[in-house]
Each structure stands twice: as C-alpha cells, then as structure tokens.
Design a binder for this molecule. Structure first.
Ligand SMILES: Nc1ncnc2c1ncn2[C@@H]1O[C@H](COP(=O)(O)OP(=O)(O)O)[C@@H](O)[C@H]1O
Ligand SMILES: [Mg+2]
Length: 239
C-alpha cells in the first residue's frame, strides 16, 4: 500500500505490520502550561500479536490508545492501520474505515442504552454497510455466552455481560486490530477473569491482533509483548 506523504515521499508499510505509529505526540495546552500526554511514541504491531500497555494513572495510556484507534487526533506524528494512513483521512472516509478495520473496548462499556444487546452488536455492521453473516454472529455470541441475552437492554445486564456485548460489537466486523482500554476496570474480580479468558479465547479462535491497556500486571504479562508508559514516554519491556 503506497501513500503520498505531506513531503511527497512514498511510505510503504509491510503487509504484516497491521499497526505502525511514528513519533506520535499529543500536547495539551492549559493556559501557560503544556502537558505532553504522549511524547513521540513509536510502535509496530504485527498481525496476530497481543501487546499490552501498563503504566500509572495519568501516564498517557488512554491518550495513546485513542490516537492509535483514531478516536483522538495527535498533535504530530503518523498512524498507519492495515497500511493506511488514518491521520490523512477525512471524517466520512475514516468513519467507514474505523467500522471496518478497528475494534475498541472501553472501560465503561459505552453501549447504546436504548438498543438491545443484539442491536448494539450489529451497529458497526450497519454503519459500515457490511453484509450480515448469521453464522459468524451466532458463533461470536455463543463464544461470549450471550445467546440468551440478545433481547435485553444494557440496563438489564450485569457489568460482565455488558462488557461481553461490547466485545462482540468490537469483533463483529472482524477488525484488523482490537484495542481495549482497561476493559476489566469496572468489573469485579470474577467477571474480570471471565472477560480476559473470553478475550483470549476469541483472540486464539480468530487470530485477532490485540492492543490492551491494563492496570493489572498479571493480565499484562499474558501478552506477547509488554510496553510501559511513564509520563508520556512509551517503552518496551524485555520479557
Ligand atoms: N482533554 C484533556 N485536556 C487536558 N489534559 C488532558 C486531557 N486528557 C488527558 N489529559 C492529561 O493527559 C495526561 C494523560 O492522561 P491519560 O491518557 O488519560 O492517562 P492514563 O490513561 O494513563 O490514566 C494526564 O496528565 C491528563 O491529565
Ligand atoms: Mg486511562
């Protein structure tokens, strides 16, 4: 995939590098003070890898993940997903791209409260204008233990069940990459363990690339690679 850069040079991202971030920086200005929430982060994630990010509260993990997933724009730097420069896309182009290629799981589930579990799960498919494959849908909801909860509203589900609906929603379009920002942060210990087991099972089943921010070191260590954030600086830990 070739793409023209601002300076005219062509950038070619190897096929297996599903996520590439270069010199990714986010600066927040508050009056005279500026905070570098993310300070020139470089990251390459290969297809099928599970990468975790740990770090203290306020170190910039969410800011990083939001920029990688295109939910927030960087002050400077580039992000390529499946070879495509996502910073250069306009809003309409990116909205379709995001629904087709990127899955995101939030700490707070972020389900639409007036839609049933099934409607929430199928929403990205509707937006992306993709065909509905009942077999994959059924496989996914069965894997996530949601088959008998499909017609419930989020308010009628436990936290663990709501997050499993969010996982199904994130996976329905078979994204190139799944991001998860402290997905167990609002769950009790039992539901948290259940969710991680399910995430890892779906990941193994689908060969899903996964980038996960977590507070929990024991979860982080399950990953192929572990990164740390310290005051906006991203570094890789040798496992
Ligand atoms: N919208 C914002 N405006 C100003 N500062 C922000 C904003 N969002 C985050 N920050 C600051 O950026 C830093 C990193 O925040 P965040 O990415 O949420 O950290 P983490 O997810 O690791 O807890 C913090 O100092 C935070 O206060
Ligand atoms: Mg955060």
């Amino acid at each position: 995939m070739k793409k023209k850069h601002a300076f005219g040079q062509k950038v070619t991202i190897p096929e297996e590098n599903v996520l590439v971030a270069q010199a990714l920086t986010k600066t927040y200005f508050q009056g005279d003070v500026h905070i570098k929430a993310v300070d020139s982060a470089y990251l390459t994630v290969k297809r099928g890898e599970f990468v975790s990010v740990i770090g203290a509260s306020g170190s910039g993990k969410s800011t990083l993940l939001h920029m990688l997933a295109g939910l927030d724009r960087p002050t400077s730097g580039r992000v390529y997903i499946a070879g495509q420069d996502i910073i250069d896309m306009d809003d309409d182009e990116f909205s379709v791209f995001r629904n087709r290629h990127i899955g995101f799981i939030f700490q707070s589930f972020n389900l639409l409260p007036v839609l049933t579990a099934k409607e929430n799960i199928l929403m990205p498919q509707k937006i992306a204008g993709k065909t509905y494959y009942p077999n994959y849908f059924n496989e996914l909801v069965e894997m996530l233990g949601l088959s008998d909860r499909l017609h419930h509203l989020p308010s009628e589900l436990s936290g663990g069940q709501q997050q499993r609906v969010a996982v199904a929603r994130a996976l329905i379009n078979k994204p190139d990459i799944l991001f998860a920002d402290e997905p167990t942060g609002n769950l009790d210990q039992t539901s948290a363990k259940e969710l991680i087991d399910l995430l890892l099972a779906t990941r193994a089943d689908l060969g899903q690339t996964l980038v996960m921010v977590t507070h929990d070191n024991s979860i982080a260590m399950l990953a192929d690679r572990v990164l740390t954030m310290t005051n906006g600086v991203l570094e890789e830990i040798k496992k």
